[in-house]
Design a protein around this ligand. Structure first.
Ligand code: SF4
Length: 470
Protein backbone atom coordinates (compact mmCIF):
# COMPACT_ATOMS: atom_id res chain seq x y z
CA UNK A 1 0.00 0.00 0.00
CA UNK A 2 1.50 3.31 -1.01
CA UNK A 3 2.06 6.11 1.48
CA UNK A 4 1.57 9.84 0.94
CA UNK A 5 4.87 11.56 0.32
CA UNK A 6 4.12 15.19 1.06
CA UNK A 7 5.75 16.88 3.99
CA UNK A 8 6.61 20.46 4.77
CA UNK A 9 7.58 22.06 8.05
CA UNK A 10 3.94 22.90 8.72
CA UNK A 11 2.19 19.67 7.95
CA UNK A 12 3.23 16.04 7.84
CA UNK A 13 1.18 13.76 5.62
CA UNK A 14 3.92 11.14 5.33
CA UNK A 15 3.69 10.32 9.03
CA UNK A 16 0.08 9.19 8.71
CA UNK A 17 -0.45 5.44 8.54
CA UNK A 18 -3.63 3.48 7.78
CA UNK A 19 -3.83 2.51 11.47
CA UNK A 20 -3.52 6.15 12.61
CA UNK A 21 -6.15 7.25 10.10
CA UNK A 22 -8.52 4.51 11.23
CA UNK A 23 -8.26 5.79 14.82
CA UNK A 24 -9.17 9.38 13.91
CA UNK A 25 -11.37 9.18 10.80
CA UNK A 26 -14.75 9.69 12.40
CA UNK A 27 -17.72 12.05 12.11
CA UNK A 28 -17.15 15.50 13.56
CA UNK A 29 -18.05 19.17 13.10
CA UNK A 30 -16.10 21.51 10.83
CA UNK A 31 -16.52 24.23 13.48
CA UNK A 32 -17.65 27.10 11.32
CA UNK A 33 -19.66 27.88 14.47
CA UNK A 34 -19.72 26.77 18.10
CA UNK A 35 -22.17 25.47 19.18
CA UNK A 36 -22.65 23.85 15.79
CA UNK A 37 -25.84 24.13 13.70
CA UNK A 38 -27.40 20.79 14.79
CA UNK A 39 -27.78 22.39 18.25
CA UNK A 40 -29.83 25.34 17.10
CA UNK A 41 -33.42 24.97 18.31
CA UNK A 42 -36.88 26.11 17.25
CA UNK A 43 -37.34 27.86 20.62
CA UNK A 44 -35.30 30.65 19.03
CA UNK A 45 -37.66 32.52 16.72
CA UNK A 46 -38.33 35.93 15.19
CA UNK A 47 -38.68 37.69 18.58
CA UNK A 48 -35.27 36.41 19.69
CA UNK A 49 -33.71 37.46 16.37
CA UNK A 50 -35.19 40.95 16.74
CA UNK A 51 -33.57 41.23 20.19
CA UNK A 52 -30.25 40.03 18.79
CA UNK A 53 -30.36 42.62 15.99
CA UNK A 54 -31.17 45.33 18.52
CA UNK A 55 -28.16 44.28 20.62
CA UNK A 56 -26.01 44.48 17.48
CA UNK A 57 -27.42 47.94 16.72
CA UNK A 58 -25.92 49.19 19.99
CA UNK A 59 -22.46 49.22 18.32
CA UNK A 60 -23.09 51.53 15.34
CA UNK A 61 -19.40 52.05 14.54
CA UNK A 62 -18.50 48.37 14.20
CA UNK A 63 -18.56 46.88 10.70
CA UNK A 64 -20.75 43.95 9.74
CA UNK A 65 -20.46 40.93 7.53
CA UNK A 66 -23.40 40.09 5.22
CA UNK A 67 -24.06 36.71 3.61
CA UNK A 68 -26.76 36.40 0.93
CA UNK A 69 -27.96 32.94 -0.12
CA UNK A 70 -29.19 32.41 -3.68
CA UNK A 71 -30.54 28.84 -3.63
CA UNK A 72 -31.29 28.17 -7.30
CA UNK A 73 -29.44 25.80 -9.64
CA UNK A 74 -30.39 24.71 -13.16
CA UNK A 75 -29.58 21.05 -12.50
CA UNK A 76 -28.46 18.95 -9.55
CA UNK A 77 -24.87 17.70 -9.27
CA UNK A 78 -25.14 14.23 -7.76
CA UNK A 79 -22.63 14.94 -4.98
CA UNK A 80 -24.42 18.13 -3.87
CA UNK A 81 -24.82 18.62 -0.14
CA UNK A 82 -26.01 22.25 -0.27
CA UNK A 83 -29.42 23.73 0.35
CA UNK A 84 -30.62 24.20 -3.22
CA UNK A 85 -33.77 24.67 -5.24
CA UNK A 86 -33.48 22.99 -8.65
CA UNK A 87 -35.18 25.27 -11.19
CA UNK A 88 -34.34 24.38 -14.83
CA UNK A 89 -36.52 27.24 -16.07
CA UNK A 90 -36.05 30.85 -15.02
CA UNK A 91 -38.91 32.53 -13.15
CA UNK A 92 -38.89 31.59 -9.44
CA UNK A 93 -35.98 33.91 -8.72
CA UNK A 94 -38.10 37.04 -9.27
CA UNK A 95 -40.36 36.32 -6.30
CA UNK A 96 -37.32 35.27 -4.29
CA UNK A 97 -35.57 38.58 -4.93
CA UNK A 98 -38.67 40.41 -3.69
CA UNK A 99 -38.55 38.36 -0.47
CA UNK A 100 -34.81 39.00 0.00
CA UNK A 101 -35.36 42.72 -0.41
CA UNK A 102 -38.11 42.62 2.23
CA UNK A 103 -35.78 40.78 4.58
CA UNK A 104 -33.00 43.32 3.98
CA UNK A 105 -35.46 46.10 4.78
CA UNK A 106 -36.58 44.58 8.09
CA UNK A 107 -33.04 43.64 9.17
CA UNK A 108 -31.54 47.02 8.24
CA UNK A 109 -34.31 48.80 10.14
CA UNK A 110 -33.54 46.83 13.30
CA UNK A 111 -29.80 47.49 12.92
CA UNK A 112 -30.41 51.23 13.18
CA UNK A 113 -27.27 53.18 12.32
CA UNK A 114 -25.08 50.08 12.09
CA UNK A 115 -24.83 49.83 8.31
CA UNK A 116 -21.17 49.40 7.29
CA UNK A 117 -20.10 46.13 5.64
CA UNK A 118 -16.51 44.88 5.88
CA UNK A 119 -17.48 41.66 4.12
CA UNK A 120 -20.21 40.82 1.61
CA UNK A 121 -20.53 37.29 0.31
CA UNK A 122 -23.04 35.76 -2.12
CA UNK A 123 -23.28 31.98 -1.96
CA UNK A 124 -25.65 29.26 -2.97
CA UNK A 125 -26.89 27.31 -4.84
CA UNK A 126 -25.64 29.33 -7.76
CA UNK A 127 -25.62 33.13 -7.32
CA UNK A 128 -25.02 33.55 -11.07
CA UNK A 129 -28.30 31.74 -11.71
CA UNK A 130 -29.47 35.35 -11.47
CA UNK A 131 -29.10 37.30 -14.71
CA UNK A 132 -26.62 40.20 -14.73
CA UNK A 133 -29.60 42.58 -14.42
CA UNK A 134 -30.92 40.63 -11.42
CA UNK A 135 -27.43 40.68 -9.84
CA UNK A 136 -27.47 44.44 -10.24
CA UNK A 137 -30.91 44.63 -8.67
CA UNK A 138 -29.87 42.53 -5.66
CA UNK A 139 -26.65 44.50 -5.22
CA UNK A 140 -28.66 47.75 -5.33
CA UNK A 141 -31.07 46.40 -2.71
CA UNK A 142 -28.07 45.82 -0.45
CA UNK A 143 -26.19 49.06 -1.09
CA UNK A 144 -29.30 51.21 -0.67
CA UNK A 145 -29.35 49.98 2.93
CA UNK A 146 -25.69 49.24 3.71
CA UNK A 147 -22.44 50.92 2.72
CA UNK A 148 -19.30 49.00 1.83
CA UNK A 149 -16.28 49.89 3.96
CA UNK A 150 -13.12 50.90 2.05
CA UNK A 151 -11.26 47.70 1.24
CA UNK A 152 -14.28 45.51 1.99
CA UNK A 153 -14.13 41.88 0.84
CA UNK A 154 -16.88 41.51 -1.75
CA UNK A 155 -17.02 37.88 -2.83
CA UNK A 156 -19.21 35.63 -4.94
CA UNK A 157 -19.34 31.90 -5.68
CA UNK A 158 -19.85 31.17 -9.35
CA UNK A 159 -20.64 28.09 -11.40
CA UNK A 160 -18.67 28.48 -14.65
CA UNK A 161 -21.32 26.48 -16.54
CA UNK A 162 -23.96 29.21 -16.14
CA UNK A 163 -21.74 32.29 -15.77
CA UNK A 164 -21.28 34.58 -18.79
CA UNK A 165 -18.67 37.21 -19.60
CA UNK A 166 -21.41 39.77 -19.00
CA UNK A 167 -21.97 38.38 -15.51
CA UNK A 168 -18.31 38.79 -14.59
CA UNK A 169 -18.09 42.29 -16.08
CA UNK A 170 -21.25 43.35 -14.23
CA UNK A 171 -20.10 41.90 -10.92
CA UNK A 172 -16.72 43.61 -11.16
CA UNK A 173 -18.35 46.93 -12.07
CA UNK A 174 -20.62 46.62 -9.04
CA UNK A 175 -17.61 46.20 -6.77
CA UNK A 176 -17.04 42.46 -6.36
CA UNK A 177 -13.33 41.82 -5.87
CA UNK A 178 -13.15 38.10 -5.07
CA UNK A 179 -14.51 35.21 -7.05
CA UNK A 180 -14.72 31.56 -6.15
CA UNK A 181 -15.23 28.99 -8.91
CA UNK A 182 -16.48 25.48 -8.27
CA UNK A 183 -14.43 22.98 -10.29
CA UNK A 184 -14.45 19.68 -8.29
CA UNK A 185 -12.22 17.65 -10.68
CA UNK A 186 -11.19 17.98 -14.34
CA UNK A 187 -11.20 14.24 -15.03
CA UNK A 188 -14.03 13.77 -17.63
CA UNK A 189 -14.99 10.39 -16.18
CA UNK A 190 -15.49 11.95 -12.73
CA UNK A 191 -17.38 14.93 -14.15
CA UNK A 192 -19.82 12.69 -16.02
CA UNK A 193 -20.32 10.46 -13.00
CA UNK A 194 -21.39 13.41 -10.82
CA UNK A 195 -23.49 15.13 -13.53
CA UNK A 196 -21.31 18.19 -13.69
CA UNK A 197 -19.54 18.40 -17.02
CA UNK A 198 -17.38 21.51 -16.97
CA UNK A 199 -14.64 21.78 -19.59
CA UNK A 200 -11.27 23.08 -18.45
CA UNK A 201 -11.32 25.66 -21.28
CA UNK A 202 -14.49 27.23 -19.89
CA UNK A 203 -13.07 27.51 -16.38
CA UNK A 204 -9.74 28.83 -17.68
CA UNK A 205 -11.53 31.48 -19.74
CA UNK A 206 -13.42 32.73 -16.70
CA UNK A 207 -10.36 32.75 -14.46
CA UNK A 208 -8.44 34.77 -17.07
CA UNK A 209 -11.35 37.13 -17.59
CA UNK A 210 -11.75 37.65 -13.84
CA UNK A 211 -8.06 38.57 -13.59
CA UNK A 212 -8.28 40.89 -16.62
CA UNK A 213 -11.30 42.61 -15.07
CA UNK A 214 -9.34 43.25 -11.88
CA UNK A 215 -10.71 40.70 -9.40
CA UNK A 216 -7.95 40.63 -6.80
CA UNK A 217 -8.42 37.02 -5.69
CA UNK A 218 -9.47 33.87 -7.53
CA UNK A 219 -10.41 30.83 -5.48
CA UNK A 220 -11.00 27.33 -6.84
CA UNK A 221 -13.08 24.71 -4.99
CA UNK A 222 -12.16 21.08 -5.58
CA UNK A 223 -13.73 17.95 -4.07
CA UNK A 224 -12.01 14.68 -3.21
CA UNK A 225 -13.69 11.35 -2.57
CA UNK A 226 -15.81 11.39 -5.76
CA UNK A 227 -16.43 8.30 -7.94
CA UNK A 228 -13.51 7.10 -10.08
CA UNK A 229 -10.99 9.38 -8.34
CA UNK A 230 -7.62 7.85 -7.56
CA UNK A 231 -4.58 9.48 -6.01
CA UNK A 232 -2.89 9.57 -9.42
CA UNK A 233 -5.91 10.95 -11.31
CA UNK A 234 -6.63 13.65 -8.75
CA UNK A 235 -2.98 14.66 -8.54
CA UNK A 236 -3.03 15.12 -12.31
CA UNK A 237 -6.18 17.27 -12.00
CA UNK A 238 -4.56 19.39 -9.29
CA UNK A 239 -1.42 19.86 -11.39
CA UNK A 240 -3.68 21.05 -14.20
CA UNK A 241 -5.36 23.51 -11.82
CA UNK A 242 -1.98 24.87 -10.72
CA UNK A 243 -0.54 25.12 -14.24
CA UNK A 244 -3.64 26.38 -16.05
CA UNK A 245 -5.53 28.38 -13.43
CA UNK A 246 -2.93 29.35 -10.81
CA UNK A 247 -5.54 30.16 -8.14
CA UNK A 248 -4.65 32.38 -5.18
CA UNK A 249 -6.55 30.11 -2.82
CA UNK A 250 -7.88 26.58 -3.09
CA UNK A 251 -10.37 24.65 -1.01
CA UNK A 252 -10.09 20.87 -1.35
CA UNK A 253 -13.31 19.72 0.30
CA UNK A 254 -14.00 16.19 1.38
CA UNK A 255 -17.05 14.73 -0.35
CA UNK A 256 -19.58 14.13 2.43
CA UNK A 257 -21.65 11.08 1.56
CA UNK A 258 -24.85 11.57 3.56
CA UNK A 259 -27.62 9.84 1.54
CA UNK A 260 -29.92 9.77 4.59
CA UNK A 261 -29.96 13.60 4.36
CA UNK A 262 -29.43 13.93 0.57
CA UNK A 263 -31.17 10.92 -1.07
CA UNK A 264 -29.96 11.90 -4.57
CA UNK A 265 -26.43 10.88 -3.45
CA UNK A 266 -27.56 7.22 -3.44
CA UNK A 267 -27.02 7.25 -7.22
CA UNK A 268 -23.26 7.39 -6.56
CA UNK A 269 -23.23 4.17 -4.50
CA UNK A 270 -23.11 1.89 -7.53
CA UNK A 271 -19.91 3.60 -8.72
CA UNK A 272 -16.38 2.95 -7.38
CA UNK A 273 -15.63 5.60 -4.77
CA UNK A 274 -12.42 5.95 -2.75
CA UNK A 275 -13.11 5.47 0.95
CA UNK A 276 -11.06 5.46 4.15
CA UNK A 277 -7.33 5.11 3.45
CA UNK A 278 -7.81 5.30 -0.33
CA UNK A 279 -9.76 8.55 0.08
CA UNK A 280 -7.05 9.96 2.33
CA UNK A 281 -4.44 9.12 -0.32
CA UNK A 282 -6.46 11.14 -2.85
CA UNK A 283 -6.36 14.15 -0.52
CA UNK A 284 -2.68 13.62 0.32
CA UNK A 285 -1.82 13.48 -3.41
CA UNK A 286 -3.56 16.84 -3.91
CA UNK A 287 -1.80 18.29 -0.88
CA UNK A 288 1.54 17.03 -2.17
CA UNK A 289 0.97 18.78 -5.51
CA UNK A 290 -0.02 22.08 -3.87
CA UNK A 291 2.89 22.02 -1.43
CA UNK A 292 5.34 21.15 -4.22
CA UNK A 293 4.07 24.20 -6.13
CA UNK A 294 4.73 26.44 -3.13
CA UNK A 295 1.21 26.75 -1.71
CA UNK A 296 0.79 26.88 2.05
CA UNK A 297 -1.49 24.53 3.98
CA UNK A 298 -3.83 26.91 5.81
CA UNK A 299 -5.79 24.32 7.72
CA UNK A 300 -8.32 21.54 7.38
CA UNK A 301 -8.83 21.71 3.60
CA UNK A 302 -7.46 25.09 2.47
CA UNK A 303 -4.28 26.03 0.60
CA UNK A 304 -3.08 29.51 -0.37
CA UNK A 305 -0.16 31.12 -2.14
CA UNK A 306 2.47 32.40 0.33
CA UNK A 307 1.71 36.05 -0.42
CA UNK A 308 -2.05 35.60 -0.03
CA UNK A 309 -3.70 37.31 2.94
CA UNK A 310 -4.77 33.94 4.40
CA UNK A 311 -1.18 32.68 4.49
CA UNK A 312 0.04 35.93 6.00
CA UNK A 313 -2.75 35.84 8.60
CA UNK A 314 -1.82 32.23 9.48
CA UNK A 315 1.80 33.30 10.08
CA UNK A 316 0.74 36.39 12.01
CA UNK A 317 -1.74 34.53 14.24
CA UNK A 318 -4.62 36.68 12.97
CA UNK A 319 -6.58 34.09 10.99
CA UNK A 320 -10.30 33.83 11.80
CA UNK A 321 -13.07 31.39 11.01
CA UNK A 322 -16.78 31.94 10.50
CA UNK A 323 -19.65 30.43 8.51
CA UNK A 324 -17.83 31.30 5.29
CA UNK A 325 -14.73 29.35 6.38
CA UNK A 326 -11.30 30.87 6.98
CA UNK A 327 -11.12 34.65 6.76
CA UNK A 328 -8.69 37.44 7.60
CA UNK A 329 -11.43 39.59 9.04
CA UNK A 330 -11.81 39.71 12.80
CA UNK A 331 -14.96 38.27 14.32
CA UNK A 332 -17.87 40.61 13.89
CA UNK A 333 -21.62 40.32 13.70
CA UNK A 334 -22.55 38.40 10.62
CA UNK A 335 -25.99 38.81 9.05
CA UNK A 336 -27.42 35.98 6.94
CA UNK A 337 -30.11 36.85 4.42
CA UNK A 338 -32.04 34.44 2.19
CA UNK A 339 -33.49 30.96 2.51
CA UNK A 340 -31.45 28.77 4.96
CA UNK A 341 -28.91 31.56 5.57
CA UNK A 342 -27.16 31.48 8.94
CA UNK A 343 -26.17 34.56 10.93
CA UNK A 344 -24.15 35.27 14.07
CA UNK A 345 -25.64 38.38 15.61
CA UNK A 346 -25.62 39.93 19.06
CA UNK A 347 -24.31 36.76 20.74
CA UNK A 348 -26.80 34.46 18.99
CA UNK A 349 -26.85 32.17 15.98
CA UNK A 350 -29.88 32.33 13.74
CA UNK A 351 -30.92 30.24 10.75
CA UNK A 352 -33.62 31.14 8.25
CA UNK A 353 -36.39 28.94 6.88
CA UNK A 354 -35.14 26.05 4.76
CA UNK A 355 -38.38 25.83 2.78
CA UNK A 356 -38.62 28.29 -0.11
CA UNK A 357 -42.42 28.72 0.01
CA UNK A 358 -42.42 29.31 3.78
CA UNK A 359 -39.46 31.70 3.50
CA UNK A 360 -41.28 33.82 0.93
CA UNK A 361 -44.69 33.62 2.64
CA UNK A 362 -43.30 34.71 6.01
CA UNK A 363 -41.67 37.76 4.47
CA UNK A 364 -44.81 38.59 2.45
CA UNK A 365 -46.54 38.77 5.85
CA UNK A 366 -43.84 41.18 7.05
CA UNK A 367 -42.23 38.77 9.52
CA UNK A 368 -38.63 37.63 9.91
CA UNK A 369 -38.27 34.12 8.39
CA UNK A 370 -36.43 32.50 11.30
CA UNK A 371 -36.51 28.71 11.59
CA UNK A 372 -34.22 28.15 14.55
CA UNK A 373 -31.24 29.52 16.43
CA UNK A 374 -29.40 29.64 19.73
CA UNK A 375 -28.41 32.33 22.23
CA UNK A 376 -24.87 31.52 23.30
CA UNK A 377 -23.98 31.22 26.98
CA UNK A 378 -20.78 32.68 28.44
CA UNK A 379 -19.36 29.14 28.51
CA UNK A 380 -20.28 28.64 24.83
CA UNK A 381 -18.32 31.79 23.98
CA UNK A 382 -15.22 30.64 25.89
CA UNK A 383 -15.31 27.17 24.31
CA UNK A 384 -15.99 28.65 20.86
CA UNK A 385 -12.98 31.00 21.23
CA UNK A 386 -10.73 28.09 22.27
CA UNK A 387 -11.86 25.94 19.31
CA UNK A 388 -11.38 28.82 16.84
CA UNK A 389 -7.94 29.51 18.27
CA UNK A 390 -6.91 25.88 17.82
CA UNK A 391 -8.25 25.74 14.26
CA UNK A 392 -6.78 29.08 13.20
CA UNK A 393 -3.37 29.01 14.92
CA UNK A 394 -2.79 25.28 15.53
CA UNK A 395 -2.08 26.09 19.15
CA UNK A 396 -3.54 27.38 22.39
CA UNK A 397 -1.43 29.56 24.67
CA UNK A 398 -2.70 29.32 28.21
CA UNK A 399 -1.57 32.92 28.83
CA UNK A 400 -3.83 34.00 25.94
CA UNK A 401 -6.75 32.08 27.46
CA UNK A 402 -6.23 33.73 30.84
CA UNK A 403 -5.80 37.21 29.42
CA UNK A 404 -8.43 37.19 26.65
CA UNK A 405 -11.04 34.82 28.01
CA UNK A 406 -10.61 35.41 31.75
CA UNK A 407 -10.55 31.74 32.76
CA UNK A 408 -7.88 29.43 34.15
CA UNK A 409 -7.42 26.88 31.33
CA UNK A 410 -5.92 24.09 33.44
CA UNK A 411 -8.95 24.22 35.76
CA UNK A 412 -11.76 24.82 33.28
CA UNK A 413 -10.39 22.35 30.74
CA UNK A 414 -8.77 19.71 32.98
CA UNK A 415 -10.90 16.89 31.48
CA UNK A 416 -10.43 18.19 27.92
CA UNK A 417 -6.64 18.45 28.25
CA UNK A 418 -6.52 14.94 29.73
CA UNK A 419 -8.44 13.74 26.64
CA UNK A 420 -5.53 14.96 24.48
CA UNK A 421 -3.25 12.32 26.03
CA UNK A 422 -4.11 9.74 23.33
CA UNK A 423 -3.48 12.13 20.40
CA UNK A 424 -0.30 13.24 22.18
CA UNK A 425 0.86 9.59 22.28
CA UNK A 426 0.23 9.50 18.51
CA UNK A 427 2.39 12.63 18.10
CA UNK A 428 -0.57 14.74 16.95
CA UNK A 429 -0.28 17.32 19.75
CA UNK A 430 1.80 18.34 22.75
CA UNK A 431 0.47 19.74 26.01
CA UNK A 432 2.73 21.43 28.57
CA UNK A 433 2.62 24.19 31.19
CA UNK A 434 2.40 26.93 28.58
CA UNK A 435 -0.26 25.48 26.33
CA UNK A 436 -1.28 23.15 23.53
CA UNK A 437 0.71 22.83 20.28
CA UNK A 438 -0.58 20.93 17.27
CA UNK A 439 2.18 18.81 15.74
CA UNK A 440 2.66 18.76 11.95
CA UNK A 441 0.87 15.43 11.53
CA UNK A 442 -1.91 16.60 13.88
CA UNK A 443 -2.87 19.41 11.51
CA UNK A 444 -4.69 16.90 9.32
CA UNK A 445 -6.76 15.88 12.35
CA UNK A 446 -7.42 19.37 13.73
CA UNK A 447 -11.15 18.68 14.00
CA UNK A 448 -10.45 15.69 16.26
CA UNK A 449 -8.23 17.86 18.47
CA UNK A 450 -11.03 20.43 18.86
CA UNK A 451 -13.69 17.86 19.69
CA UNK A 452 -12.73 17.37 23.38
CA UNK A 453 -13.49 21.09 23.94
CA UNK A 454 -17.00 20.69 22.47
CA UNK A 455 -19.39 20.28 25.39
CA UNK A 456 -22.29 19.32 23.11
CA UNK A 457 -20.62 16.46 21.28
CA UNK A 458 -21.34 13.77 23.89
CA UNK A 459 -25.06 14.37 23.29
CA UNK A 460 -24.52 13.80 19.57
CA UNK A 461 -23.55 10.15 20.04
CA UNK A 462 -25.32 8.07 17.43
CA UNK A 463 -26.45 11.10 15.42
CA UNK A 464 -25.37 11.13 11.80
CA UNK A 465 -25.16 14.85 11.30
CA UNK A 466 -21.45 15.36 10.67
CA UNK A 467 -19.12 14.33 7.86
CA UNK A 468 -16.04 12.20 8.56
CA UNK A 469 -12.54 13.59 9.09
CA UNK A 470 -11.40 12.60 5.57
S1 SF4 B 1 -24.00 23.81 -8.56
FE1 SF4 B 1 -23.37 23.56 -6.42
S2 SF4 B 1 -25.22 24.01 -5.23
FE2 SF4 B 1 -25.89 23.62 -7.35
S3 SF4 B 1 -26.41 21.45 -7.41
FE3 SF4 B 1 -24.26 21.62 -8.07
S4 SF4 B 1 -23.08 21.35 -6.15
FE4 SF4 B 1 -25.20 21.79 -5.57
Amino acid sequence: MSRPGATDPGVDFAGITPELLARYDRPGPRYTSYPTAPHFTASFGAAEYRSALERAAAHPDEPLSLYVHVPFCEARCTYCGCNVVIAPHRGPEERYLEAVERELEIVAGLLGARRTLAQLHWGGGTPTYLTPAQCERLFGAITRRFRLAPGAEVAIEIDPCVTTDEHLATLRRLGFNRVSLGAQDFNPQVQEAVHRVQPLELTRHQVELARDLGFSSVNIDLIYGLPFQTAASFKAAVETVIAELAPDRVAVFSYAHVPWLKPHQKALERLPMPRGWEKFLVFAAAAEAFLAAGYRFIGMDHFARPGDELARALDGGTLHRNFMGYTVLPATDQIGVGMTAIGDVGGAYVQNEKNLARYQRTLAEGRLPVERGLVRSAEDDVRGAVIRRLICTFGLDFAWVRERLGVEPREMFARELAALAAPAADDLVTVDESGVRVRPRGRVFIRNLCMPFDAYLAGDAGKTVYSRTV
